[in-house]
Structures are given as C-alpha cells and as structure tokens.
Design a protein. Sequence first.
Length: 166
Amino acid sequence: MDGGSDVPLAPPAQALEELATLLAAHLASRELLVVWYAPHVLTTLHAELLRHGLAPLADRLPEGVVAPVCDPLVLDRHADRYRPGGRSLSAVAAWYGVAHERPGDPASDARAALGVAGAVAAAYPAVARLSRPALHTEQVLWYAEQTERHPDAPAWPFEEVMPVDE
C-alpha cells in the first residue's frame, strides 16, 4: 500500500500495461496526447515498457507511430522564444495564468500541462489553427531548432532506447 493511501498499488508491470493500453487507445483515436516535456516522459515510458517485457507504444498503434503528441513546453518555447522567466511547468503555468496547485502530483501536473497547451493556443492563433497532424509535425521541427546546440537531446516526441539492466 501507498504510505498514506488505502488504495493498493498495482505491480509495476501491470500498471505499465494498463497505462500503455490506455495511451495506445487514446492515440489510436487520433486525439492529441498532451505531455509536458514529451522526450523525457515518453522515452522513460518506452524504456520501462521494454524493461518489463511489454510492447512499447509504437508497437501497439496501427501505423506504428506515436502521434499526435502535443508538448506544451515545445509550444511555449516556439511561441515566445525570448520571454522572461523559467520554463518549468510551474513557471510556465504561472506565466499563462494556469492553476498548478500541487507541482509534482501527476494529476495536478497533467491538468496544468493541458491548461498551458490551451493557453498557448489561445494566445497564439497560428498555433491554434494547426491540425493535430500538422501540430505534431511542426513540433518535430520546432524541437529540432530548440535543441540544435544540444546534440545529446533525445528525439521528439521520444527516443527509442533500450532499458538499463538492473
């Protein structure tokens, strides 16, 4: 059981399988998957699925492509490249006036990321006008520009990596 919760925790492989199944169904419906700092989150998920002997997201999708993904961090960096302030989820949420009550809490972080994506779209109509596939494609290009001086940056939206053996 979790330290302060009465809800039993699922074994990691079971939780990962449930998460991957849910995400694959969401992506297969062509709905945007909003993920703050997608290269880190989706690369970690990819590696953990493999580490537990589970199929990665791409293998669960009809076309084998993890898309469409929306990364509010990429949107913010593209839309207002030189704005003052930090680029953490809390800082960006505050900049756009989006509530983020419990930083680090997965549900709160998810709501804040969704809110930031919506706020960027509202503030920058050119971003809002992009179709889901076009938004995904543009983010690949924007992220490449944003990380061109960082050769070790993972690919967007994720890097196909092998997990580290324990």
